[in-house]
Design a protein around this ligand. Sequence first.
Ligand SMILES: [Zn+2]
Ligand SMILES: [Zn+2]
Length: 364
Amino acid sequence: MPPNNEANECGPTLSDTTGVLYEMDAEPQGTSKDISTLKTTDGRKLELVWTNILAFIYLHTASVYGLWLLLTGTMWQTVAFTALVFTFSGLGITGGAHRLWAHRTFKANLPLRAIFIFFNTIAFQDAVYYWARDHRLHHKYSETDADPYNSTRGWFFSHIGWLCSKKHPEIKEKGKSIDLSDLRRDPLVMFQKKYYFFLMPICCFLLPTVIPVYFWGESVSVAWHVTALLRWCLVLNLAWLLNSSAHLYGNRPYDASISPTTQVFLVWLRFGEGFHNYHHVFPWDYKGAELGRYSRDLTTNFIRLFARLGWAYDLKSVSMDMVQKRVLRSGDGSHPVWGWGDKDHPQEDIKSTTITYKRIVKQN
Ligand SMILES: [Zn+2]
Ligand SMILES: [Zn+2]
């Protein structure tokens, strides 16, 4: 079992930091890569995906009705259950798809990964495999045509428009250079990917509707509009706000040269995911924020809880010294990396990384 306190801090091993991107498939980039050549956003006409557009129109209309039902005629048991499902699905995105799988900020044993996969399937934001691939692209090629949520196309596009139109060819092209072998090695991720359209409807829609009706006699309409749709819609929009508002409005205390910002607005409701400027500078930090009170968010505390149980381990973080150094030289044009193990991850930063809850291998 890993140690149960954060005082046990060890440096990363070399094997943790190599071979994440397919070098042979990628264009020569290295630390001198110039992604400005990708920043075209030349007014390309978007090809609309009408099935998604109609589905989102229905979702948001039905969610407004769900909000009305929530305020006027929902049983307290359903309100409590909706809050629980909201929390589970939020953690499935922030703790699971984002911090565990997309960025590898910590490691988790099989039972914890199973919990995260279940939570993530309730959230219905596509399978972890595809979510993590798109998100790694977002970090590697921020604000270019290869960024799926390219905020230079405007707030609406980076919020929901990117899901209502066909992907830019550059996304597919650069997507081939993202190494997903770590995800392919995870049987749970591949299981979810394979059976996604069987598992997702059950977890996201069927169970949240059936449980309130069966166990405490809630009406089908309330369970459907509140627990299933309104809850799904809320988690979706909170996640999208990070791609839209948190790339356009706010301060940039860590690096002024990149677009992500710090937004403490509703950060508790976003499960601690509001320090986007910090996150793009240090995407391998499991806290997604600086040490101190800002790191006391639900996702971080959830990961720490399981670290105490030994289910989460190798929690990667950033020392205050390193943060300070970065803040002092902010705006110097350092290139973003997608997370732990990226080939462009500066050696200086890797050496200064703090890994807590380090797993101890017993030697006989
Ligand atoms: Zn971002
Ligand atoms: Zn991220």
